[in-house]
Write a protein that binds this ligand. Structure first.
Ligand code: NAP
Length: 430
């Protein structure tokens, strides 16, 4: 479809979607409060504050929800930035299931977000193309929304976007536009470990982004997940993928970094509850799971559940790891070298080849600094339980589901893999 006609099509979709919302809410204003009787159990572990529901909450929507799952009308009109990502798609799904209208802005190809349409009733999930540099396109995405959720983030820097661009400048711009457009509630997904003085550019940029959002929305809800697991994650799947491909997972601190993994479904439910809970306004939550593991223990678990005979950590000290990161994923560092003369020429030629082989998602120099931060929640910070998710999902109840696709493919060729699988089957049958 040509760009102009596609834009017209999207605009038409948008008008239909919002017109149906306003007409239905004005026709029967006295419907029972939706979240007192959740339609599909999405908000099942409801806290007292969530029970009070949207109508009483900050949105003041006089919501209209019938128990009918996606065919209900939750009264929520949300824009989810980063909906094409891992976490975003679960949030869109949870919103769609209770009958919300969700705008999912996308860059690039619309096919990347087409699957999200299935998360809600017909026409209720509305993908809209947008460009971060074009303020009007952002305005279009948030014009009808009463809540905006920002899930945009990146584990790697690219030549177009630094960590600071993605985690600070983008939230700043979004919050600024949303405020001007009168969006009531802004939910920002940051990360555990965010600190302005962090040696890691990733965590420092996350802290700067929180500040930027608070500048426009002092009552924004900020969520800091630790490290998130679930189908198609970038945590368990990372270890399985890298271990499987490289036969050595780059790791510092002898694998003693502590992690408190949290289930993606719990985060999505926390987001939904944060919309409904007026007490969530202005608070920063640290969201972690029930158990703490060292990184080495996680690798052992991944090995056990993928039956991969050669999956193991590849321990390095910081200097070695930084060098390794530069070689394997240091595209920006190498190509920006300005040491001058022959050295620069040599390094830049090396950069040209390195760019071809660059795998920053596997390892990059900032990961060395990130590894010095244990990803844990703090007892003095509001947590998942404060957002109504009292029983968080343990990692070991989901790990098989997550790693199923990464199981070792040719166990018959390797007796060690055969033995591991037989052991696992033996344990299951007892
Ligand atoms: N997953 C975790 O373990 C974890 C832990 C703590 C915090 N978080 C935070 O949670 C948020 C969501 O994480 P995730 O795992 O869902 O990440 P993800 O799967 O990498 O998704 C990131 C999303 O951000 C979008 N995005 C990235 N750079 C962009 C740019 N320059 N302009 C516009 N859009 C851009 C991506 O769009 P495209 O599809 O177009 O690339 C994608 O929709 C992030 O802020 C992340 O830092 C995640």
């Amino acid at each position: 479809m040509a760009t102009a006609s596609r834009a017209a099509f999207h605009a038409q979709q948008q008008v239909r979607c919002f017109a149906s919302a306003s007409s239905s809410s004005s026709s029967s204003p006295n419907f029972p409060n939706p979240l007192n009787a959740p339609p599909s159990g999405v908000v099942s572990q409801s806290s007292a504050s969530v029970q009070s529901g949207l109508a009483v909450g900050g949105l003041g929507l006089n919501s209209l929800v019938r128990p009918g799952g996606r065919q209900s009308v939750s009264g929520i009109v949300a824009t989810v930035f980063g909906g094409s990502g891992f976490l975003g798609r679960y949030i869109v799904n949870n919103l769609g299931r209770i009958g919300s209208q969700v705008v999912t802005p996308y860059r690039g190809d619309g096919m990347n977000v087409r699957h999200l349409k299935l998360a809600g009733d017909l026409g209720q999930i509305v993908p809209i193309p947008f460009d971060m540099a074009d303020l009007d396109s952002i305005r279009r995405c948030v014009a009808k929304s009463n809540v905006v959720i920002n899930c945009i983030g990146s584990k790697v820097e690219t030549s177009n976007y630094s960590y600071n661009d993605v985690h600070d400048k983008i939230p700043y711009r979004l919050a600024q536009v949303c405020k001007a457009m009168g969006v009531e509630h802004f939910i920002h997904v940051s990360a555990a470990g965010a600190h302005p003085k962090s040696p890691s550019a990733f965590f420092a940029s996350k802290a700067a982004g929180e500040e930027s959002v608070r500048e426009f929305y002092p009552d924004a809800t900020i969520l800091r997940p630790t490290v998130v697991f679930g189908p198609m994650d970038r945590f368990l799947s990372y270890y399985a993928y890298v271990g499987g491909k490289l036969y050595g997972i780059p790791m510092t601190r002898k694998g003693q970094r502590k992690l408190q993994p949290v289930f993606v479904g719990d985060i999505a439910r926390a987001v939904l509850n944060a919309i409904a809970d007026p007490e969530a306004r202005g608070r920063t939550y640290e969201l972690g799971g029930p158990d703490v593991y060292t990184e080495a223990e996680i690798v052992e678990l991944v090995k056990k559940h993928t039956f991969h005979p050669y999956l193991q950590p590849f321990y390095m000290n910081d200097t070695m790891a930084r060098l390794y990161g530069k070689v394997i994923g240091g595209r920006r560092t190498l190509s920006h070298d300005r040491t001058g003369g022959l050295v620069a020429a040599g390094l830049n030629t090396a950069a040209m080849f390195a760019n071809k082989l660059s795998l920053p998602t596997i390892y990059n120099p900032d990961m060395v600094d990130q590894a010095h931060v244990d990803l844990l929640t703090h007892a003095n910070m509001p947590s998942l339980a404060d957002l109504g998710v009292e029983v968080a999902m343990p990692l070991e109840s989901q790990i098989d589901r997550v790693l199923f696709a990464h199981r070792y493919e040719q166990p018959d060729r390797f007796p060690e893999a055969q033995r591991m699988r037989a052991d696992a089957q033996g344990n299951e049958s007892h």
